[in-house]
Design a protein around this ligand. Structure first.
Ligand SMILES: *[C@@H]1O[C@H](CO)[C@@H](O)[C@H](O)[C@H]1NC(C)=O
Ligand SMILES: *[C@@H]1O[C@H](CO)[C@@H](O)[C@H](O)[C@H]1NC(C)=O
Ligand SMILES: *[C@@H]1O[C@H](CO)[C@@H](O)[C@H](O)[C@H]1NC(C)=O
Ligand SMILES: *[C@@H]1O[C@H](CO)[C@@H](O)[C@H](O)[C@H]1NC(C)=O
Ligand SMILES: *[C@@H]1O[C@H](CO)[C@@H](O)[C@H](O)[C@H]1NC(C)=O
Ligand SMILES: *[C@@H]1O[C@H](CO)[C@@H](O)[C@H](O)[C@H]1NC(C)=O
Ligand SMILES: *[C@@H]1O[C@H](CO)[C@@H](O)[C@H](O)[C@H]1NC(C)=O
Length: 439
């Protein structure tokens, strides 16, 4: 397929997509201190260094939108906070969760540095805390990786579970969590260890115990460790990363869709083989679904259980894409492009769908924060939202929209009639990107 053919495809599809809108955006994060004086004091003492606060994980429950602010560097005011959805502001200040005291590093902090969290349908907030402060600096470990579970109705800690040492390894790092919550008294959390010995640690709520599952599919692909985001080149070797759970089957087991970050492949396994019998004889129960193609390394993912659509971040492409799990094939062409933008969608770092069928995406320019510096005069952090139905409309994930040559031609002609400039798009047509453009 040559570029001449790609262009019409590109046209056809961009016409109807990118249906997300910015709900919140920040140049820098700020926190709701009890008083302006307390805020000034915190800045003076170095407890709060605004430039070092980067939002990363996101979750929505009722009227609250939770955001994690990992302690990459010193001066993170609180590593977990929330804003109110009813807050009319464009750039609201974060309230610490559950309170300021829980984040006080000179006291006895409850939360150190979580990356991602999950609010389940039972009113619990599962926070996966790495326990590590100043990650890019002195890397001080306060405590082993800990699962903190809060009651969202009282905002109190229900459980605190440290991952046993013999379920981790020297370079373990737990950045992602999926929670299987169809039975509130028998729920399971899947904690992804992306380190050199990647694994999933499964936590049972009922028994308050955990165990470790290993598989070759959790490992990196050595050919997929090269990343390039807005001109910053870096090499990451992150194993299992995206984890998303389907609706339960008749027996009560979900399918876990997962991928390592340094990989182009998507995999799947029934939670039966993570929850119960994790012996080696189930090795072949793990399935390789297929490849997204070149430059398609993916970070976080989330499955909307109502539509069965899997959403995921494409880090090198500044894009969020989707795939309908009822699709027989997982290929470059069976993916849908949800949103792509090289300014506003630089490093989509978390994705969720809330109980009102709203898709949420947080982008935060993480590579710029890590390897250069963020310009405080620019908008650096954005939270996007859209109804799932709008987000997938006219993509390969929309069950009512079948992409075929007739529809593509029709849309292309419509597009030409409104005088869209060919030149502006020409420059971004790379064969390697066919996948995401031609969906
Ligand atoms: C943090 O804890 C220390 C020691 O308990 C205390 O002196 C300080 O006032 C606390 N800071 C905040 C902001 O609560
Ligand atoms: C792992 O450590 C726990 C204590 O934290 C112990 O009860 C358990 O037997 C150990 N398991 C193995 C396989 O060594
Ligand atoms: C939920 O799990 C509990 C504990 O295992 C069990 O007793 C109960 O029957 C389960 N409920 C359903 C609806 O399956
Ligand atoms: C919980 O513990 C009971 C008793 O040891 C065991 O039979 C059951 O399989 C365990 N359940 C899970 C989910 O680990
Ligand atoms: C769960 O287990 C952890 C560690 O084994 C322990 O510290 C905690 O108290 C237990 N929680 C409950 C509710 O049993
Ligand atoms: C292609 O899609 C259009 C619009 O969705 C539909 O009307 C047409 O029948 C489809 N053609 C084929 C060959 O499937
Ligand atoms: C974004 O893409 C446009 C269109 O291809 C290009 O002109 C622009 O330079 C790009 N901006 C960045 C920051 O990469």
């Amino acid at each position: 397929m040559g570029p001449a053919y790609i262009l019409p495809l590109l046209f056809g599809v961009t016409f109807a997509m990118d249906n997300l809108e910015v709900a919140y955006q920040w140049k820098q994060l700020d926190f709701a201190y009890p008083s302006e004086e307390a805020r000034r004091e915190a800045i003076k003492s170095g407890e709060f260094t605004p430039a070092n606060n980067l939002p990363l994980g996101l979750e929505v429950h009722d009227d609250r939108l939770f955001i994690t602010v990992p302690r990459w560097r010193k001066g993170v005011a609180a590593s977990l906070g929330y804003i109110k959805l009813s807050d009319p502001m464009d750039s609201p200040k974060l309230h610490p969760y559950p309170n300021w005291q829980a984040h006080n590093l000179s006291g006895s902090p409850e939360i150190i540095s979580p990356f991602r969290m999950r609010a389940d349908k039972c009113g619990r907030l599962w926070v996966l805390d790495t326990g590590e402060e100043d990650i890019l600096g002195e890397a001080k470990i306060h405590q082993p990786t800990t699962l903190l579970i809060y009651d969202l109705s009282t905002n109190t800690l229900m459980r605190k579970y440290q991952i046993p040492e013999n379920q981790t390894s020297k370079d373990s790092f737990f950045a992602n969590i999926a929670v299987e919550d169809h039975n509130c008294s028998n729920s399971f959390a899947y904690l992804g260890d992306l380190g050199d010995h990647p694994a999933i640690v499964v936590y049972s709520w009922k028994n308050n115990t955990s165990w470790k599952v290993k598989h070759h599919y959790f490992h990196i692909d050595p050919l997929m460790c090269d990343f390039s985001v807005t001109g910053i080149d870096f090499r990451w070797n992150d194993g299992i990363f995206g984890m998303a759970l389907s609706k339960p089957d008749a027996e009560g087991y979900s399918t876990l869709y997962f991928h390592p970050m340094s990989s182009a492949h998507e995999f799947a396994v029934s939670t039966k083989y993570l929850r119960e019998d994790v012996s080696d004889k189930n090795f072949h129960k793990f399935r390789n679904l297929g490849s997204r193609g070149p430059k398609s390394q993916s970070g976080t993912s989330f499955l909307d259980q109502n539509t069965g659509v899997l959403f995921y971040a494409l880090l090198n492409l500044n894009a969020v894409a989707c795939w309908r799990t009822t699709n027989a094939e997982y290929t470059m062409h069976s993916q849908g492009r949800v949103f792509m933008n090289n300014v506003t969608m630089v490093f989509p770092n978390d994705i969720k769908v809330d109980s009102n069928d709203v898709l949420w995406v947080l982008s935060d320019r993480l590579p710029t924060f890590m390897y250069k510096f963020l310009d405080e005069n620019e908008v650096n952090f954005r939270i996007f939202k859209a109804k799932v139905a709008d987000a997938i409309r006219r993509t390969a994930c929309d069950s009512t929209f079948e992409v075929n040559s007739t529809t593509i031609k029709t849309i292309t002609i419509e597009k030409r009639n409104v005088g869209f400039k060919v030149e502006s798009v020409m420059s971004i047509v790379l064969v390697a990107l066919v996948a995401i453009y031609s969906l």
